[in-house]
Write a protein that binds this ligand. Structure first.
Ligand SMILES: N[C@@H](CCC(=O)N[C@@H](CS)C(=O)NCC(=O)O)C(=O)O
Length: 198
């Protein structure tokens, strides 16, 4: 299986952590989704990474779908509970952290790719407000995650690291519980070995 990814993408980071937690080996193929004429579109018509190309040539995309697929490949403790309330709690936490990453990526596009005279500050402020509300929700919820590293918290790690990596905001300020949890989780191999790099 080949993962088309970028070492700076928080969505790809989520998949890399998940693969390690599931004990699944992936061949990594660095792909620039923005490169004009990229062949990524043959695998993912949306031209986004991550995209997982299976051995039979089929492609699975959108990081939540890839993670669910990887979780289906092992018989150990599932990162996404298969049924019941806890399943939807994990999926909702994943959606919240994915939303924070989406908003952070939007800010980055707006501030580094869009020509300065075409920037829309109202759009940046809207994304920042969504990130702030999302982080406040995480600070309230973090005490309920327990010691297990399931799909929700995995996505939160990818989101918080990305905010720091791209200096989107100082999320630790005024969020001591989240900061403490993040510090603790950093000792995990899957987290240490997948740090974003330029
Ligand atoms: N919902 C997608 C988001 C993936 C995404 O936005 N990837 C970015 C990189 S961080 C990308 O490839 N952007 C290229 C583009 O938007 O054209 C997922 O969860 O996989």
């Amino acid at each position: 299986m080949k993962l088309r990814y970028s070492p700076t993408s928080p969505f790809a980071r989520k998949v890399l952590i998940t693969a390690i937690e599931c004990g699944v080996e992936l061949e990594l193929v660095t792909t620039n989704a923005w490169a004009p004429g990229t062949d990524l579109v043959q695998d993912n018509p949306l031209s986004k990474v991550p995209a997982l190309v299976l051995d039979n040539g089929e492609c699975i995309y959108d990081s939540p779908v890839i993670c669910e697929y990887l979780d289906s490949l092992h018989h150990g403790h599932k990162l996404i509970p298969q049924e019941g309330h806890e399943r939807f709690r994990q999926l909702t936490l994943q959606a919240l952290a994915d939303g924070i990453m989406d908003a952070a990526v939007q800010i980055r596009i707006e501030t580094t790719m869009r020509p300065e005279d075409k920037r829309w500050n109202g759009w940046i402020e809207r994304q920042q407000a969504a990130i702030t509300r999302g982080l406040d929700e995480l600070e309230k919820e973090v005490g309920h995650w327990g010691g297990v590293f399931l799909m929700g918290p995995i996505t939160v790690v990818a989101a918080l690291s990305y905010l720091e990596f791209r200096q989107v905001c100082d999320w630790r300020n005024q969020r001591p519980h989240l900061a403490h949890w993040f510090q603790t989780i950093h000792n995990r191999r899957s987290v240490r070995e997948t740090e974003p790099k330029e």
